[in-house]
Design a protein around this ligand. Structure first.
Ligand code: 8YV
Length: 311
């Protein structure tokens, strides 16, 4: 049996399937990770990881027989791709299968923040409704939406927002001629002219803290930010200050800088809706992601072309 190392857990159905085919070393289950790595370094040929956990150069360097890193997620920002490329290690991810679910949560969070759905639920449950009507909230349909990053997820968010009659503009490194939405090459300008911003960019150095104090100030006190990309894309200090001071109206966040141990200031805010990095977390999508991880591993070890190669 081929030895593979998993960095974090997958659902039981994926694990069972992987264990039928490979000898699986579960890094997250052991206290002494270095000991596990050292004792199997000579045989581990694959890493199965998750988008947010990645694989560092330091880890890959400890595995001289490593041939492939298969990522259960589309984002590969936590995998050292340069190291993989330089050392002939293949990398795969799980694009497309999660796009629709992530876009659903983008719109879901926007509705939840603007229409205050969690607050409304609490209002009914704790009996306040019997005493007075709930204060009025913010409309979503017909508003001007700025999408930061027009990749697969950005386009899927735009499609949904079109059905809400939103006026859609987007920021990206390049204009997409295949899409009808307004392109804006200046992110601050996009924020200034938008009522809502939904961030769908890939993580990594080039997008780190792209949503900063200047962008938030441009969005203004009626603005709402939704982040379904990576925690790294938002300067959280600036975001927390803007949320606490009322410089923006609210935020819906699926991802955080230091997840899952997030900044506790978020927990004290009433103008945020928080999600535990769960935008792709449906049974349907996670099954498809797990299948793609296994199919890429099978293709690699069967000397067939990878299905979704990154490196
Ligand atoms: C997953 C993700 O939550 O696709 C990504 O990049 O971050 C998410 O879909 C994650 O990879 C599952 O662990």
């Amino acid at each position: 049996m081929t030895d593979i190392m998993m960095i974090g857990p997958y659902p039981e159905w994926d694990l069972e399937d992987l264990e039928r085919t490979y000898r699986v070393h579960k890094l997250w289950q052991v206290e002494d990770k270095d000991a596990l790595i050292a004792s199997h370094a000579g045989t581990i040929r694959a890493i199965a990881t998750r988008g947010e956990l990645g694989a560092s150069a330091a880890l890959m360097a400890k595995l001289p027989k490593l041939e492939i890193v298969s990522c259960y997620g589309v984002g590969t920002d936590a995998i050292d791709l340069a190291y993989a490329r330089a050392n002939g290690i293949r990398v795969t991810n799980t694009p497309d299968v999660l796009t629709e679910d992530v876009a659903d949560i983008g719109i879901g969070l926007l509705l939840a923040v603007a229409r205050q759905i969690p607050q409304a639920d609490a209002y009914v449950r704790d009996g306040r409704w019997r005493k007075a009507n709930m204060p009025l909230v913010t409309r979503v349909c017909g508003k001007r939406l700025g999408i930061v990053g027009m990749g697969r997820v950005g386009a899927a968010v735009a499609k949904r927002a079109s059905a809400f009659d939103c006026d859609i503009a987007y920021f990206d490194v390049r204009k997409r001629d295949d899409l009808p939405y307004d392109f804006c090459s200046d992110l601050v300008e996009l924020a200034r002219t938008s009522e809502f911003l939904i961030v769908t960019l890939a993580g990594g150095d080039s997008t780190k803290h792209i949503i900063d104090a200047t962008v938030l100030a441009a969005l203004g006190p009626d603005g709402i930010v939704i982040n379904i990309s990576r925690g790294s894309t938002v300067d959280e200090t600036a975001l927390l200050t803007a949320l606490e001071s009322g410089a923006i109206k609210g935020a819906g966040l699926d991802v955080f800088w230091n997840e899952p141990t997030i900044d506790e200031r978020f927990l004290r805010l009433s103008n945020v809706v928080l999600q535990p990095h769960h935008a792709s977390g449906t049974v349907e999508t996670r099954k498809a992601m797990g299948q793609l991880v296994r199919d890429n591993l099978a293709a690699h070890f069967g000397a067939r072309p990878l299905l979704t190669p990154v490196v």
